[in-house]
Design a protein around this ligand. Structure first.
Ligand code: PMP
Length: 444
């Protein structure tokens, strides 16, 4: 019996022993094409020599020195790298390191609160986020997330957070409504909520530039984030961009928000930062946030033992250097076009695929019982989970997400192939996904 507390206590999970390119290999020799990088994590595949060497070299020099007292070269170099490439408007920002996306979200929320306190805006504590959304599993991040099912068991323990609609075009854009009008209407929800709550009580608005786990891979309509930026500025509300999943190149630019032409006040990143080689996350604050702290207490009111870990930051720096030196952002854009075309060819007319959406190498399909009615399948059927299992059986890994029990979002399946994927792996992925979808739906 396993003594590891896995997510599914009843299942026996395959034991992975090796990674080879974009394949994982288990102890029986079975090979799995990793078409979702776990959860949009493994952007460089599983055996990147440069990252392995950087991690080993740093381990030989220094692993840990407490960051309350010391800094170290890789932590500084990684922060320099990120700030130099951050969206325009970041200025002389700073980066703090954490161990997971959830921790990064917690730290971002606290940083927003600290910013307002440093400026004497003591009433600003409320957070507005969107639904559906996912921002992590710890209590603060879970409270910010807008997914009824995930929140339900812990509801009595969650802080109050306000939710507005995510820019979910497939279900919320009205018939005949232009993308520009849709963007305006949804952004106006934010302004209305801020005004209703009293701007002087609102600390931050949290959103993923391209929604991941809760909606597959949903970019915002053009102009939406520009409106959001203006509204936040008008009311003194900070904008927190959760780029844990969509950042670090996944959508074709290092920061997803670059493509929206605006800059967040606080940005979180995680998965593609360590690309699976190191468990690392980061929070980046723009110059104005740092200046408020400098003018106030001069101290960060947040700390964890393993912040700025030298091996973790050395690994992440090597990941980002690989992305840049091999021009992998271009690869994400061109391979992404190939993936979109293949998905549209295979599922464009499929009776049970209502929507195909994404950006870069971040694409998903939403499953529906009826294409015209857009009726989701009953979530109790766990279709997305079954598709994942069928694909895995056949040797391909995709990322499922259950829809919302109230019917506001359907089940979907997400693909997030490595930036290093050759064209034939993209073709193979879509073919195997098609077989899994058809097999599961036919099987009821
Ligand atoms: N934010 C987003 C957008 C995520 O997708 C996730 C993880 N799926 C998190 C936060 C939480 O990250 P972690 O699982 O590393 O705690």
């Amino acid at each position: 019996m396993s003594h590891v507390l896995h997510r599914n206590l009843r299942a026996t999970q395959p034991v992975i022993v090796r990674g080879e390119g974009n394949f994982l290999i288990d102890d029986k020799g079975k090979r799995y094409l990793d078409a979702c990088g776990g959860a949009a994590v493994s952007s460089l595949g599983h055996d990147n020599a440069a990252v392995r060497a950087a991690v080993a070299a740093q381990m030989d020099k220094l692993a840990f020195a407490h960051t309350g007292l010391f800094t170290n070269a890789p932590a500084e170099a990684l922060a320099d790298h990120l700030i130099a490439r951050a969206p325009e408007g970041t200025g002389e920002g700073r980066v703090m390191y954490l161990g997971s996306g959830s921790e990064a979200m917690e730290a971002a929320l606290k940083l927003a609160r600290q910013y307002h306190l440093e400026r004497g805006d003591t009433a600003r504590a409320k957070i507005i986020a969107r639904k559906p959304s996912y921002h992590g599993n710890t209590l603060g991040a879970l409270a910010v997330g807008g997914h009824a099912g995930r929140r339900k068991p812990f509801a009595p323990m969650l802080m109050e957070v306000e939710h507005i609609d995510a820019a979910y075009a497939y279900r919320l854009q009205r018939e005949g409504e232009s993308a520009a009008d849709f963007a305006r209407r949804l952004a106006d929800q934010l302004e209305a909520r801020i005004v209703e709550l009293g701007p002087e009580t609102v600390a931050a608005f949290v959103a993923e530039p391209v929604v991941g786990a809760s909606l597959g891979s949903q970019p915002a309509p053009e102009g939406y984030f520009k409106h959001v930026r203006e509204i936040c500025d008008r009311h003194g509300v900070l904008l927190i961009a959760d780029e844990v999943m969509c950042g670090m190149g996944r959508t074709g630019s290092l920061f997803a928000l670059e493509q929206e032409g605006i800059c967040a006040d606080i940005t979180t990143m995680a998965k593609g930062l360590g690309a699976g080689y190191q468990p690392i996350a980061a929070v980046m604050a723009r110059q104005s946030v740092i200046e408020a702290i400098m003018a106030g207490s001069g101290n960060l009111w947040n700390g964890h033992t393993y912040m700025s870990h030298a091996v973790a930051t050395a690994g992440a720096l090597a990941v980002l250097q690989e992305v840049e030196s091999r021009d992998l952002l271009s690869a994400v854009r061109s391979r992404g076009q190939q993936l979109e075309t293949a998905l549209r060819d295979r599922f464009g007319q499929h009776a049970h695929v209502g929507d195909i959406r994404g950006r870069g190498l971040f694409w998903s399909i939403e499953l529906v019982a009826g294409r015209d009615s857009k009726t989701p399948f009953d979530v109790s059927r766990n279709l997305a989970g079954k598709i994942q299992r069928a694909a895995m059986e056949a040797g391909m890994i995709c990322y499922p997400s259950q829809g919302c029990a109230d019917g506001t979002a359907g089940d979907h399946v997400l693909l997030a192939p490595a930036f290093t994927s050759p064209p034939e792996e993209i073709e193979m992925t879509v073919e195997m996904l098609g077989t899994a979808v058809d097999g599961v739906i036919a099987g009821g």
